[in-house]
Design a protein around this ligand. Sequence first.
Ligand code: NAP
Ligand code: ZN
Ligand code: ZN
Length: 351
Amino acid sequence: MPKAIGFAAQAADQALEYFEFERRDPTADDVEIEIEYCGVCHSDLHQARNEWGGTVFPCVPGHEIVGKVTRVGSKVSKYKVGDTVGVGCMVDSCRTCANCEDGYEQYCDNGFVGTYNGEDKHMGGVTFGGYSNRITVAQDFVLKVSDKLDLAGVAPLLCAGITTYSPLRHWGVTKGHKVGVVGLGGLGHMAVKIAKAMGAEVVLFTTSPNKVDDAKRLGADHVVISKDEEQMKAWRNSLDFILNTVAAPHDLDAYLTLLRLDGTMTLVGVPAESHPSPAVFNLIAKRRSLAGSLIGGIAETQEMLDFCAEHGITSDIEMIAMDEINEAYERMLKSDVKYRFVIDMATLKQK
Ligand code: NAP
Ligand code: ZN
Ligand code: ZN
């Protein structure tokens, strides 16, 4: 079995450190990938610090993976050695429940297999993610990546891209819509770019006054400092859809009241502690909806990658070395990400 190296958290209160483990040899249906870049999602931090409960240690995070195919199993028809590919948040699912059959593997009724901290059906124990030099994944959970785009900037599309694309598509965002995006971090900056490419008028809500110029450069038509009540008031009853990416508990009413009749706010942020309950009156007063959304299915992820390739969309990244990951987590907690950290896996060396 091939040896793998990576970075793992050994406990919730410990920094990530160098870690050696094993990956499986490709089965008939598997693709083996040499990882070149891996994005750093806020979910990695939540999981490594056991903020959602249920983390099994050691934990190797990372679910925004791009790299090159190094070996394929005998039945692999979709990929060949040398292809540029991606892996997102899932490496398998039951493939037989109604949701899987409809292409909604992320909503698998039997639970999808996460790229990390999922039940490893081949090796036992839990799956290890992309903060590592190689990974073996079933071909149906591997994505084709255009080599026209900057590969490091593509990595974050595998989670931040699909998590924002999927709800924007599902709620039918298009030209003529006014769309709010809350939070300009990894997910938020992708939401701005994608909603803009779908033709919407984009209003970005941020707690960070120093991000205003960047938000406009990234495609926001308007930028609102969410702590400023006067600025917030100006947008009451006006937005068709809001995508809320904030990773911390906050007052949802401040945003629900900005929705027009029949508007929806979809939550994608998963704070360790939930938000205070919103006021029912704000929902019924304008038949508003409050919803949630989880990543996206495999076919939709491919559609998103193709959409981004067509529109020249990649993530704005700050490249880091593998051993800078703990510092990156601290900066992420201060909302100081411009706008996604990506690990250059060439900096991960055998000890
Ligand atoms: P991130 O890069 O850290 O961005 C989060 C942004 O939220 C920050 O940049 C900040 O933007 C804003 N923010 C942070 N703390 C805040 C606070 N106390 N009050 C108001 N705004 C605050 O995180 P991310 O990687 O985009 O992930 C965001 C959340 O989505 C995480 O909880 C993650 O686990 C979750 N997630 C969910 C899915 C899914 O499928 N649903 C997929 C991936 C990630 P400003 O500085 O602009 O205010
Ligand atoms: Zn993620
Ligand atoms: Zn299923």
